[in-house]
Design a protein around this ligand. Sequence first.
Ligand SMILES: [Mg+2]
Length: 157
Amino acid sequence: MIQVDIPGKRKKLEIEHLVLDFNGTLALDGKILPGVAENLRRLAKAVKVHIVTAGTFGGVEEQVAGIPCILKVLSGPAQTRQKAGYVKTLGSGKTACVGNGRNDRDMLRQAALGILVVQEEGAAAESLMAADVVCRDIASALGLLLNPLRLKATLRS
Ligand SMILES: [Mg+2]
């Protein structure tokens, strides 16, 4: 578990699950970004890591081999709702999410902590409004979770 006590927030943040979008978040053009696997291996010691994707570029299984995670490949319509539903099933109050796309909007809003990443693919403005924190890239997003004092500094009132 990752615990952060944020001044001005009613409840202490207690994160047990980390749900991440794949394309545009962990990967660019279907290829996992440098440093992601190592950071996720470190985070997997504290939280359960879940990667949720529509698998737009294919080959996701190969890309995440070596990362201790649960891979959830979505199919069919209403993926915004499917992603949010996945987070709800885990328990929104103990889940952090990282995403960039429009279909990440509802999971970002619903999670105890929603982190939006912009990086190369850009981020959906609707999802930006639904997030708690906006990061320039995945390294800084995962860095917040690996160094929770950074999160405290950003979110305190
Ligand atoms: Mg995406």
